[in-house]
Design a protein. Structure first.
Length: 360
């Protein structure tokens, strides 16, 4: 059985478990010292964290490591271990380790996985100090997970092969036969693609979303495992067009590639820009609880949010933190009228749709 299908089973189980699970107490920053005394592996010596923080990250190492480095500078005596992998691999590891947790924190690229795990009480409630400055739609029930950054689903193109005038202005133009065999995208195992499909089901309905996906298949879109491969292929001219999260365009442009960007579906009557969010949660029974809570606090602190913005070109969720210079602010665009966190709750139908049409 594939990891994708295993995660689907995990998600289905979560729907039943969530309905009967008891409410969790909300732990705040003020409660951290009390919680810390119950975690034998945790030590706070003279106000300094000492111990071992284990982070499971569905975000690739190059995108999360700079933020970890920023946290490490504040806590030099804390050992930090990062395990990066796919969201589904790490989700299954967390479930298998539930009786004897290894990880302290899980960071994910989207809301599908984190909400599935939260429904199964993989996370424990924790309210970070800056929670009141985060959008309510990106805070999980009982603070089991917290949104970190926002990203837009954009179209990037190779400027040596496509002019700005002829570049697609809508994601629905990607099914136009003029782009046959010239478009790259992330496939069905990618969290951001899954979230986009969920959002589209909420925006335009099941049948129209299915027709769009079948149009991509008919147009011989090439599907990669992740967006890094997509951006590099477009940057190298192997494909004219790529469907990616916005920051992949900026990362590729910073490498000197001839690429342009379209924030799609901005015309009157179009669906608007689809966005999604990264997220993180404290693992229930975390071996180093104080370090886990401190890391969550850092991720949504001004310093942590600035690192995401400046190094990764992402949109901070914390109010008052600016985007990196040169990145188009979201306020300038029409955003899709859909609550992605709610759309992502319809796990079963979204996975069934991808499997039904055979999305790679």
């Amino acid at each position: 059985m594939s990891k994708k299908h295993l995660l689907s089973i995990v998600i289905l189980l979560s729907l039943g478990l969530a309905s009967c699970a008891p409410a969790l107490p909300v732990v705040t920053t003020q409660d951290a010292s009390t919680e810390a005394s119950e975690a034998p592996a945790s030590q706070v010596v003279a106000g300094e964290l000492q111990g071992k923080l284990v982070i499971y990250s569905g975000r690739s190492e190059p995108l999360i490591q700079p933020v970890i480095d920023g946290f490490s500078k504040k806590h030099p005596n804390l050992e930090i271990q990062l395990k990066a992998g796919s969201n589904s691999e790490l989700a299954n590891a967390l479930l298998e380790e539930a009786d004897n947790p290894v990880a302290d924190v899980f960071v994910t690229t989207e809301l599908f996985t984190v909400q599935s795990l939260a429904a199964q009480r993989v996370f424990q409630s924790y309210r970070p100090s800056n929670a009141d400055r985060l959008p309510a739609e990106f805070i999980g029930p009982e603070y089991q997970w917290i949104g970190l950054t926002r990203r837009g689903r954009v179209i990037m193109y190779n400027t040596e092969l496509v002019s700005m005038e002829e570049a697609p202005k809508s994601i629905f133009e990607l099914t136009d036969p003029k782009w046959e065999g010239q478009v790259a995208a992330a496939g069905s195992t990618n969290g951001s693609m899954q979230a986009q499909i969920a959002a589209m089901r909420g925006l335009i309905g099941e049948q129209a979303t299915e027709a769009w996906l079948e149009g991509l298949l008919d147009n011989e879109v090439t599907f990669f495992g992740g967006h890094t491969d997509v951006r590099k292929a477009v940057g190298a001219g192997e494909f004219k067009i790529g469907l990616v999260n916005h920051y992949y365009f900026y990362l590729q442009k910073a490498e000197g590639s001839p690429v342009g960007i379209i924030y799609p579906d901005q015309a009157e009557g179009e669906i608007g820009l689809i966005t999604n969010s990264t997220a993180a949660g404290v693992v229930r029974g975390a071996p180093d609880l104080p370090a886990a809570q401190a890391f969550i606090d850092f991720l949504v602190s001004e310093e942590g949010q600035k690192l995401f913005a400046e190094l990764n070109y992402e949109y901070p969720l914390l109010q008052g933190v600016a985007v990196r210079q040169g990145v188009e602010p979201l306020e300038g665009f029409r955003l899709a009228d859909v609550d992605v966190s709610k759309a992502a709750l319809d796990f079963e139908a979204t996975f069934q749709l991808m499997e039904r049409i055979g999305l790679p």
